[in-house]
Write a protein that binds this ligand. Structure first.
Ligand SMILES: Cc1ncc(COP(=O)(O)O)c(C=O)c1O
Length: 421
């Protein structure tokens, strides 16, 4: 629990708002974000980096809510986007195009043009064909593109194999050995400006050693290019820093990360770009859910929630752990339960054998550390409306994404004309 999600007289609050009041007013499942926590996490990282020129480009995939993005824009954040949709969101939230970095292995021509027209800060190019597509789009539109080459340092890391993005076997970036040729190709194109190198080796990385090795390779490549007379004005170090999901979990802290970055960067005089997602948003949000049933099983008992894997996919996708606590004052001695959702999949399981005080239908629970890769990964599987999102600031709150009504969901699907006759 962070300072901004805390208990008063036993009840769980977000800043100065009781979570139970939000559930009463807006229903469940709902994501609840803390403005103060978002800002605090941004500033902690910003301070950890020290006085170097830097751009902190929040990784929009972690939490793409417009009000969350606008809050971070007020802190001075840029955005790391990976689709035309995320680009549109970042711009709509007031993040200046000059602070937007476009990553991703599969940018379409339409997305490249959208980035060019918006005048974004940098395209992180991940392959030779993408480079040629970008050059063609830039030439066709008469616009120039700032380009960084994302390298794959063949060092992967992360909290789960599915979020490790730096090994030679994964699709991300270009092999180190091929990067110099690609850089020269950027320089040959009239419509492209070579600006730098980028790297991102994974997410939920608690040990800085692999990151430092990867960064070392990137700075060494920058020095080698410099020796050839090719200046490297910017290096994008990606995101990836881990956060605690469970009590007592310890990971490298932002301050240690800052020290490591300073060591790896040495006397590099250019701009450093960072793409944090989870670090800023993860522990800034919870998922608020109501117990539908306490169900006795043959070998286990189940707490069936109204939130499902469609709302918070991480446990089903990555076996991820989220702490779960009652919102109300805990009553009675904890008992073991499996906390599950209503979805018709066995993987719709938020926690196995969790020790929770006795809870019954109508009680509320909070699933912690749900601010990153929570709502942004949500789906309407089982035809369930997307969860609402609520932003709290002090004693104020705002519904920053309302829950769609079923009619809206159905209205998106006109019957084929031969069925509608
Ligand atoms: C290119 C890139 N940058 C940044 C991030 C954000 O990572 P994290 O949320 O771990 O900081 C990701 C996510 O994996 C990514 O793919």
């Amino acid at each position: 629990m962070t300072h901004f999600f805390h208990r008063r007289q036993g009840e769980l609050w977000c800043e100065d708002v009781p979570l139970a009041a939000l559930a009463r007013a807006w229903g469940t499942p709902s994501y609840v974000y803390s403005d103060a926590t978002l800002r605090r996490h941004f500033h902690v990282l910003d301070e950890a980096i020290g006085p170097r020129p830097r751009l902190i480009a929040f990784s929009v995939k972690a939490n793409s809510n417009l009000s969350v993005l606008a809050t971070l824009a007020q802190c001075g954040a840029g955005a790391d986007v990976v689709s035309g949709g995320e680009l549109a969101r970042a711009l709509a939230a007031g993040i200046p195009a000059g602070r937007i970095v476009f990553s991703g292995v599969g940018k379409t021509r339409a997305e490249l043009v959208a980035g060019l027209v918006a005048g974004i800060f940098q395209f992180n190019v991940e392959s030779a064909p993408e480079l040629e597509a970008l050059a063609a789009c830039a030439a066709a539109t008469g616009l120039r593109a700032s380009v960084a080459i994302r390298v794959n340092p063949d060092i992967g890391a992360g909290g789960h194999a599915k979020i490790s993005t730096g090994g030679a076997e994964v699709k991300f970036g270009v092999p180190m050995a091929e990067a110099p040729a690609l850089v020269r190709r950027v320089i040959e194109h009239q419509s492209l400006d070579f600006q730098g190198l980028a790297v991102h080796i994974g997410s939920q990385i608690g040990d800085l050693a692999p990151m430092e090795r990867a960064f070392g390779k990137v700075f060494a490549l920058a020095r080698a290019l410099g020796a050839e007379g090719i200046g490297v004005p910017r290096i994008d170090l990606g995101g990836g820093l881990a956060i605690p999901y469970d009590e007592g979990e310890t990971h490298a802290q932002p301050a240690a990360y800052g020290t490591m970055v300073a060591r790896a960067a040495g006397d590099f005089p250019g701009l450093l770009i960072f793409e944090p997602g989870r670090l800023i948003a993860g522990n800034s949000g919870i998922l608020l859910s109501e117990v539908i049933y306490f169900k006795r099983g043959e070998s286990r008992n189940f707490l069936v929630l109204d939130a499902g894997m469609n709302d918070l996919m991480r446990p089903a996708l990555y076996d991820a752990f989220h702490a779960i606590e009652p919102v109300g004052r805990p009553r009675g001695e904890p008992v073991p339960v499996d906390v599950v959702g209503p979805i018709c999949e066995t993987s719709d399981l938020f926690g196995e054998n969790r020790l929770l005080p006795p809870l019954e239908a109508g009680d509320l629970v909070a699933l912690f550390s749900a601010g990153a890769y929570g709502a942004s990964m949500g789906s309407e599987y089982n035809s369930r409306p997307l969860a609402a999102e609520i932003l709290v600031r002090g004693a104020e709150h705002a519904v920053v994404r309302r829950r769609p009504v079923l009619d809206e969901m159905l209205a998106r699907e006109p019957l084929a004309q031969w069925l509608a006759r």
